[in-house]
Every structure is written in C-alpha cells, then in structure tokens.
Design a protein around this ligand. Structure first.
Ligand code: GLN
Length: 248
C-alpha cells in the first residue's frame, strides 16, 4: 500500500514538474503567433530547430513590450490568414498587405518595404518584362509573387510549398525563372552564387509591397502592436534587428 502511495505521489510530482517546464508559465498571457519558417532572412528554422529570423525576433520584442509571452507556431503560409483569430492570435511572415487579405484580417502598421525579385540561371536571356511572357515561372504558393506571376501573359505558373523548392527546380531547369520577395531572393542567390542571378523587380515594373502583422478583424491588438513597434523604433531595437538579420 505504501509503495502504491509512493508511486502515485511520484507520478503526480513528475506530471506537475513536466507541466511547469512545458509551459514555462511565468503568469504572462500568451501571444500565439503563426509564421512560415521558410522565408529567410525574415523567418527560418534556426540551428536549434526553433523558428528564428527578423520577424520572429521582432514579434518577441513586441510581445515583451506588451507583457505577453510569444509562442511561435510554424505553419503553411497559405493557411496563415484563415488561422488568425482562431488557431493563432496574429501572423508575422513577411506578409504583404493587400486588399484581398484585408477582407479577412486587420494589418498593423507597415514595418518593412519589399518588392518581388526575379531569379534566373546565369546566362539567361530574360532581361525585360516582355521576356517573362509565356515562361515557366516558379513561385511560392499563396504569395503575392504567385498572384503577380499569374497576371503575366501566357505564363505557366508552377507553385511550390517552399520558395527554396522553386529555386531548386530552377537550378534543375524545370522552370525558367522564380519570382519571390527581394530579401529571400538575395539569400537564395547567395547560396548558389555560381549558378543564379537576381534582378530587381522594379526593372520589370513590379510595384512596391509592404509587410505588416496580420491581426483579427476589429481587435484592439492592432493598436497595442503598433504602439510596441513605435516604441521599438524609438529605443533603437528595431534598427538593431534590421542590422542583425537583414543587413548583416
Ligand atoms: N510577401 C509575400 C506575400 O505576402 C511572401 C510572403 C512569404 O512567402 N512568407 O505573399
């Protein structure tokens, strides 16, 4: 009987220790944040297997200002907008503000300016907007790069779960070019410098885009997040993160 009691106690003790460790509960209300950690330098899986990158660091700093413990959920980019307000509190994923998304979510203030870039193999004869017509174009599914590619005359758009998969198909000649945001394009090109070239989308008349944090429609959290961003800009944290993750 004593043995039994000891065992029960041991189990209860273990369970409570485990629960404590798992949730690291310091009383702070959690902020559950969705991202898609396939978009360097904004989000990627770090050496320790955890999501890292500019956006992840930014939202953690925002959470700190708000007094909330940030929990990051890594999920498919396409499913982020629908998950805001249900599965996750907010989404940060190098997400471009556009009218379609605005029908489902409210955006924070813009925190980064971007533009789509074109990645080609070295020696490619693709140089102008006209050259994009009728080409096989690799994109990441559900992104502004994909929407833009779909508007190109006679283009055959091939969409991938990860931008890097599109880049690998370009390397293997399965597509003629990849359209993806500037900074990830720069990261992917630097990975395969001998093989790939990048071109500024401004030269193809692609419009500027702006990243913001997607929040539930009508939620007070937008104002809280904006206040946190402003204060991170004022105290220099924002610039430090840009230097650390984007301009390093
Ligand atoms: N900025 C692009 C978009 O919002 C791509 C974002 C991403 O792939 N993470 O669609």
């Amino acid at each position: 009987m004593k043995k039994m009691l000891a065992m029960v106690l041991a189990v209860v003790l273990c369970a409570s220790v485990l629960a404590g460790c798992g949730s690291k509960d310091n009383g702070a209300k959690k902020l559950t944040v969705g991202t898609n950690a396939e978009f360097p330098p904004f989000e990627y899986v770090g050496d320790d297997g955890q999501p890292d990158g500019f956006d992840v660091a930014l939202i953690k700093a925002i959470g700190e200002k708000m007094g909330r413990e940030v929990v990051v959920e890594n999920m498919a980019f396409e499913s982020l907008v629908a998950a805001v307000g249900t599965k996750i509190d907010v989404a940060i994923a190098g997400m471009t503000v556009n009218d379609e998304r605005k029908q489902s979510v409210d955006f924070s203030e813009n925190y980064y300016e971007a533009v789509q870039y074109v990645i080609v193999k070295k020696g490619s004869d693709i140089k102008t907007a006209d050259d994009l017509k009728g080409k096989n174009i690799g994109v990441q599914i559900g992104t502004t790069g994909m929407f833009l590619a779909e508007d190109i005359e006679n283009a055959n758009v091939k969409s991938y779960n990860k931008g890097l998969d599109a880049v690998n198909d370009l390397r293997n000649d399965r597509v003629d070019l990849v359209i993806i945001d500037k900074n990830p394009a720069m990261v992917f090109q630097s990975k395969y410098q001998d093989e790939l070239e990048i071109m500024d989308g401004a030269d193809f008349d692609f419009e500027k885009e702006y990243y913001a944090i997607a929040c539930p429609k009508g939620s007070d959290i937008v104002a809280e997040i904006n206040a946190a961003i402003d204060s991170l800009k004022q105290d220099g944290t924002f610039d430090k993160l840009v230097q650390k993750y984007i301009e390093e």
